[in-house]
Design a protein around this ligand. Structure first.
Ligand code: ATP
Ligand code: MG
Length: 418
């Protein structure tokens, strides 16, 4: 037997209601906030990710699924969707539109990681991208969408963390200070971080190894190196979040994994997912559109992991089961009448099912029970002869006779009752 790939999961029907709740809320909230759906390909030219995410990031260094196309070009399964959305934005000249361009997406992402609970090689994200505005209000719109969306799902133990990375121009002075701080500590850092001091020192602050975290406790803070513009921007974001009563914690270590972030960065964590405690994250990336060959365009967005949300979704957030009718047709005539009733019920918008493998009333009733049907419509040859069917409420066991001729409409009217 050929098994699925490690870290690449099936989502079976029993788990799907959780996904439908999450994806439904994602769509609903996106539309409430004026974001429209965009779908971009699951694979792109490798160069797109290398250039946008940054060559010295974990994703590009060791997590991408890269392969050679038949013509020799290098392609990569998308590890995230921002790069693709930005490429589409540029390629279709969406910057020329007179209205703000705000998009959301849902779909699979691919990263070669060590599979564990909440960490997969194919996982799914819901994300948004808002192009064109440098206003702190655009940051807050994205953050509040994220926060209200997660809160609506009743997820436990959420914290919003916030930081500012400053403008690109603020980075060199900070980097110098950070490298000066890190150099003498080299022995205390993990191998990766030692290398990062040279390649991408900010990433040291993002390291999850506890000894690295401890060693860099007193590292200089990026927020102490902000330009007046960046400082003002950050203050406006915070003041607006306060006025919306969205709670946050300042986390000066929040540098994020991707190189293209500027100004505001944020992450939502939970106390309910163990080691994989990040639910979603995002930030401003004012330089990216230009880096990928488009016009200078400020932008801000986030992405959340659907699997991680699903793991923490409380039962109370799942919808009540839909009412259904199980049609138990048996005997030569009963079977035919049953198929007709199924068709009529479905036409009227009533969810109806049967089990054509079962031939006795006893097994049919058992299946109705297993499928948690609200009603079972019993139609044997005798009922057909009499011109009535028996409608049984599966929970109360109450039964009533209904004329076959108007069975579908009678049952449908029962369903419309509150
Ligand atoms: P982590 O620190 O957990 O590796 P990340 O910083 O790599 O997360 P992002 O690139 O910001 O994650 O992606 C946004 C969200 O996507 C994460 O907060 C998480 O919920 C989800 N996510 C990222 N990688 C995975 C994965 N391998 N499996 C499942 N979900 C993931
Ligand atoms: Mg990661």
């Amino acid at each position: 037997m050929i098994r699925g790939i490690k870290g690449v999961k099936d989502t079976l029907p029993d788990e799907m209601p959780r996904w439908q709740v999450i994806e439904g809320a994602a769509r609903r909230f996106s539309h409430l906030y004026g974001f429209r759906e965009i779908r971009v390909p699951v694979f792109e030219m490798t160069e797109l990710f290398a250039r946008s995410i940054g060559t010295s990031t974990d994703i590009v260094e060791k997590e991408m699924y890269t392969f050679q196309d038949r013509d020799g070009s290098s392609l990569t399964l998308r590890p995230e969707a921002t790069a693709g959305v930005v490429r589409a934005y540029i390629e279709h000249n969406l910057a020329a539109s007179p209205t703000a361009q705000k998009f959301y997406y849902l779909g699979p992402m691919f990263r070669h990681e060590r599979p564990q609970a909440g960490r997969l090689r194919q996982f799914h994200q819901y994300g948004v991208e808002s192009f064109g505005s440098v206003s702190p209000q655009a940051d807050v719109e994205v953050i509040s969408l994220l926060w209200r969306f997660l809160s609506s799902l009743g997820l436990p133990g959420l914290t919003l963390e916030l930081n500012s990375l400053g403008e690109a121009g603020d980075r060199p002075a900070y980097k110098t200070a950070l490298v000066a701080f890190l150099k003498p500590l080299e022995d205390k850092l993990c191998q990766n971080c030692r290398r990062r001091i040279e390649t991408n020192p900010l990433r040291v602050l993002d390291c999850k190894v506890p000894t690295c975290k401890a060693a860099t406790e007193a590292a200089p803070k990026l927020t102490d190196y902000l330009s007046p513009f960046a400082r003002e921007h950050f203050e406006a974001v915070r003041a607006t979040l306060d006025s919306l009563r969205i709670p946050y914690l300042l986390n000066p270590r929040l540098v994020r994994g991707l190189d293209y972030y500027t100004l505001t960065t944020f992450e939502v964590t939970t106390t309910h997912l163990g080691a994989q405690n990040a639910v979603g994250a995002g930030g401003r990336y004012d330089g990216l559109v230009e880096v990928l060959g488009g016009p200078t365009t400020p932008a801000v967005g986030f992405a959340v992991g659907i699997e991680r949300i699903s793991l923490m979704l409380p039962e109370g957030s799942l919808p009540a089961a839909v009412k259904t009718v199980f049609v138990a047709g048996f005997g030569p005539q009963g079977l035919v009448a049953g198929v007709k009733l199924l068709d009529e019920l479905r036409f009227l918008g009533v969810s109806a099912d049967s089990d054509f493998r079962a031939s006795s009333l006893k097994t049919l009733l058992r299946q109705a029970d297993r499928l948690r049907a609200t009603y079972c419509a019993i139609i044997g040859d005798d009922e057909v002869a009499k011109g009535t069917l028996i409608l049984r409420h599966m929970q109360t066991k109450e039964q009533q006779a209904i004329p076959l001729g108007k069975a579908a409409s009678s049952i449908a009217s029962l369903f419309l009752k509150p």
